[in-house]
Design a protein around this ligand. Structure first.
Ligand code: ZN
Length: 489
């Protein structure tokens, strides 16, 4: 019963030992000098408009002023004045669902911090990891300016049932375990609580949501097969991770869940019941209820799409793999192997599900649901590449028919909104944090513009294209070194 506690103590000790042995990568010396980006087109993500010919003054990690070049240039050194002619300035991008995980991938994950920045992602939300204590430590080091990387919000370790398939979770079997688990989570100082349902039974899952909520946490996770979305919402659930669960709203979810509880429907059969007889009008009513109750969703479509089209897309030559160690990409195999025995019908069902999910996206947006852009990038998520996959997810939103202005909100405004950080993030206004991306093209016209990056500002530090390329090259070199060290062992 208290198995998880000994395990956690062990993780904690290991964490301490490694903290001593590995020194943090120090960011470039923070300058007290002001930086001025002028002649630039400032994108107002809230209104979906562009303000031309603006000057944005950055100092001490904050946006000090937004105005005209003439008014703001005074006292700014010539080499710290950046001509933003023809460029578009947006706040930094937030990937609201990643996993910085893999106990044997510590260096690998650290090397990717720079890659996130080079891809314009200045904040990530880590949705639980077997590296829980380390990720918490990295979060704090980044916040204190001791380490270079995106701002991290993390769940630390997630709550699960006993003997779950996941590594490094906090496994609970009863309410007493839950209480101990939540006290442990309190000590971790996590940013939210993540709960999944591999072996955690519905009633204890629901109790976990209620208790975590009582302690003031945002609570997010999967939706157990024996609970309805409505029950979770009433218990105080804050966000559903993965849009696949929303498809239940196109059916009489209460009836299906009752059948499962009464033993009249096998859990394994529920998926089929939900995907057959999908009623679009009923689903839209469900999305509207979600919006009313303030339940957010992180769709993470990219992962399912990568898997659904493995038969069509050959990823062996994907350029991005130059940043990923062999040990990292080796972990992609488990999902591929798990799918190896699939029938053509099952394979077609995967594709149909992606199509149906994409069809839901504009309807979910129109219903007013808070949509959080997240990739689910992780070593365990096959071909969902860190940093790049957020941009691919945004492209999927666009392909699904969502307007670029609405897509930008999911990656810039909705993360801060969800985490209660709108005072500091999401806008280019005096007093906000200086996390910015300077784009060569207008993202309000085509969301792919987020991939054409001229410069990035992270916590006030300006990285030009040359520096970003050097950071990427460094990540590539670390990958090569780790691969070679590990193969010669
Ligand atoms: Zn995930």
């Amino acid at each position: 019963m208290f198995r998880f506690q000994t395990r956690i103590l062990f993780f904690f000790l290991i964490g301490c030992l490694q903290a001593v042995s590995s020194s943090a990568q120090t960011p470039p010396t923070a300058t007290t000098d002001a930086t001025l980006i002028y002649n630039v087109q400032v994108v107002n993500v809230q209104s979906g408009t562009v303000q031309p010919n603006k000057a944005v003054l950055l100092k001490g990690g904050k946006i000090q002023n937004v105005g005209t070049y003439a008014a703001l240039k005074k006292g700014v050194k010539a080499d710290r004045q950046i001509n933003g002619q023809g460029k578009y300035l947006i706040p930094g991008l937030w990937d609201m669902h990643v996993h910085i995980e893999g106990e044997d991938l510590v260096e690998d994950n650290l090397a990717l911090m720079d890659v996130y920045l080079a891809y314009g992602i200045t904040t990530v939300r880590d949705c639980a990891s077997d590296l829980g204590e380390k990720v918490l430590q990295w979060r704090d080091e980044i916040n204190q300016g001791k380490r270079q990387g995106p701002q991290i919000f993390t769940a630390g370790r997630k709550l699960e049932g006993i003997n779950s398939v996941w590594k490094g979770d906090i496994e609970i079997g009863n309410e007493k375990d839950l209480d101990s688990a939540l006290r442990m989570i309190d000590n971790y100082k996590v940013d939210f609580v993540k709960i999944t349902e591999n072996t955690l039974p519905g009633p204890l899952f629901l109790k976990s949501v209620q208790e975590a909520k009582k302690r003031g946490y945002l609570v997010t996770g999967h939706v157990p097969i024996d609970l309805t979305i409505g029950e979770l919402t009433d218990a105080g659930f804050s966000a559903i991770e993965h849009a696949t669960y929303l498809l239940r709203l196109g059916n009489d979810e209460q009836r299906v869940v009752t059948m499962i509880r009464d033993g009249k429907l096998a859990k394994a059969k529920a998926g089929e019941v939900y995907s057959s007889n999908f009623d679009q009008a009923r689903a839209i009513e469900g999305y509207k209820r979600m919006a009313q109750k303030g339940l957010a969703v992180t769709p993470t479509i990219i992962g399912g799409r990568q898997l659904a089209y493995l038969d069509r897309d050959n990823h062996q030559n994907d350029d991005f793999q130059k940043y990923l160690t062999k040990r990292f990409t080796d972990k992609y195999r488990w999902r591929i192997e798990r799918m190896a025995g699939e029938t053509p019908e099952q394979s077609q069902r995967r594709k149909d599900q992606v199509t149906l999910l994409m069809k839901q996206l504009p309807l979910v947006f129109d219903s007013g649901v808070l949509v959080l852009a997240g990739s689910d990038a992780a070593a365990l998520n096959t071909f969902v590449y860190p940093a790049l996959s957020l941009h691919q997810e945004l492209e999927i939103f666009q392909e699904a028919g969502v307007k670029p202005a609405d897509i930008l909100k999911t990656a810039i405004l909705n993360g801060p909104k969800f985490l209660g950080k709108t005072a500091q993030f999401g806008g280019i206004e005096t007093g906000k944090e200086a996390d910015l991306v300077l784009l060569n093209q207008n993202p309000l016209v085509n969301i792919k513009a987020t991939q054409d990056i001229f410069a990035v500002v992270n916590n006030g530090t300006y990285y030009n294209r040359k520096t970003l390329d050097e950071m990427l090259e460094k990540a590539r070199q670390i990958k090569l070194r780790l691969d070679s060290e590990r193969s010669s062992r």
